[in-house]
Design a protein around this ligand. Sequence first.
Ligand code: AGP
Length: 619
Amino acid sequence: MCGIVGYVGRQTAAPILLAGLRRLEYRGYDSAGVATWHEGRIEVRKCRGKIDAGLAPLLESAPPPGCLGVGHTRWATHGPPTDANAHPHGDASGRLAVVHNGVIENHEALKARLLAAGHTFRSDTDTEVLAHLIGVHYEHPELAARPAAERLVRALERALAEVQGTYGLAVICTETPGLLIGARRGSPLILGLGEGENFLASDTTAIVAHTRQVVYLEDGDLATLTADHFQVTNLGRRSAAVQVSRIEFTPEAAERGGFPHFMLKEIFEQPATIAAALRGRLDAAEATARFGGLNMSPAELRAVDRIVITACGTSWHAGLVGEHYLESLAHLPVEVEYASEFRYRNPPLDKNTLVLVITQSGETADTLAALREARRRGHRVLALCNVVGSTIAREADGGIYLHAGPEIGVASTKAFTSQVTVLLLFALFMGRLRMLSPARGQALLRALEEAPELARKVLELDPQVRELAARYADRRDFYFLGRQLGFPVALEGALKLKEISYLHAEAYPAAEMKHGPIALMDEASPCVFLAPRGFLYEKILGNIEEVRARGAPVIALGTEGDSTLASKAAAVLPLPAADELLFPLLSVIPLQLLAYHIAVRRGCDVDKPRNLAKSVTVE
Ligand code: AGP
């Protein structure tokens, strides 16, 4: 997903823009650029490729002067990654520099109109069309006599009124020194409020080093910023509700903290982030959980007779775990739907169906669309989300924040365990509104209180997992097998390996192997089994035997002290004994580490895997 940074103040803008763009690299991109205003001119430096190889040397060799500027990292949607397609883009006159996140869906019609009027374009992008359109309105005779700042704001308003699609954008103009303008519809944009300086950014990690006071723009908002002032209007409502929030995390939290990769840091943060997900939410007196932002009364929550969970990717896997929790603790029928499918299906949902959207970023296009479709039909929608002030967090009727801090690595790790933790809390909460006993509630609270320490204990397996990775990093096909709560974990383990090591990995319910996949298994294909002591353990042992009989090496995640497993598997990763409902939380950690170490051994870009973006804000 693209990244935006804007600066207006008394410092030289280019270094601030560059540092901010570096903080946004994790989102995935393939070109980058900046534009600054200086003495009535706009200086643009932009090129394809990563910042270290492209933009940074360009800025080093010809630093653009000026205390006003915009920067952008582009993840190609319209047109390949080239120097010309990199942002910023200008208008026909060369007055403007525009950076943009999102998709202008009617850009072809707009471009045809501009071409017919004699415009020429240097790029294939929808953003350049938008820049030209703003320029046309800026030159309209009706605006010619207005002061330049007002002229630019009106021109932007008129251009955006013609646009269909989504945007988060920032604009500077040769004729408006000291003025930075931002606008958003469907693609996040944040104001950062400093002392004698102000910022625009597509997410807080880009500016947290400068300020923790932010304003999350709403759809339709248009913000004008100078070094000492800011104003927000709304294209639909004229006035805009401006709420200044404080960024929860510190600048260090957005740094790697001495780890070689963000992903490893975030894996090792999990004891702390599980604790953060629990903090203030355990109600021992009532043997339940408590939440501040559901915005539903106990009566409304009791009236819920069905839950649809919808999400994408790792968040969808967390939803599968939540399904087990809610069915077993609250006896609620639950369906888990891919958001990309749910948004187009027409399922017969009755009025007491609650929709639960799960998302780390709060900006995933399919999940946002599913939320809007559910709300359009009148369903209450709750969001489990990590990014405060994100679009999904603000459009849901209520929700529960994960409090996991920024997740920078493209491969989601701590967000998953925080989602599972919150889902267990929510299931306990919903169960205690129904038939779940105080005794079971208390037992679950005690188990949850132990979860952070148990996760820390599991992390001590890291050297053993690293050794396993060395043994199997050259294999091409991996299978992950589990039953019940083990199956979503198997899916998540397979996804982790796929997305950062580019190896083929599949997950199945362990019993499903016999219905086809076992034909694929041989000595070349390691099989990872989720095999905790407890219900179905014997069945899983049987599945392990079937796989071993085909020569496939078995890696088993089991309960510590299980000597039977040790006699059947090529390697065993022992997990501490714990309430069975904590199994997904604990068993996913070794799988995250296995994927990480194999990817590192294979020389892959662990934090920014090929073809992937941290948040998929396009369909
Ligand atoms: C997870 O490792 C992937 N990066 C991806 O599947 C991700 O979970 C998915 O895109 C959903 O993102 P969200 O949680 O931010 O909505």
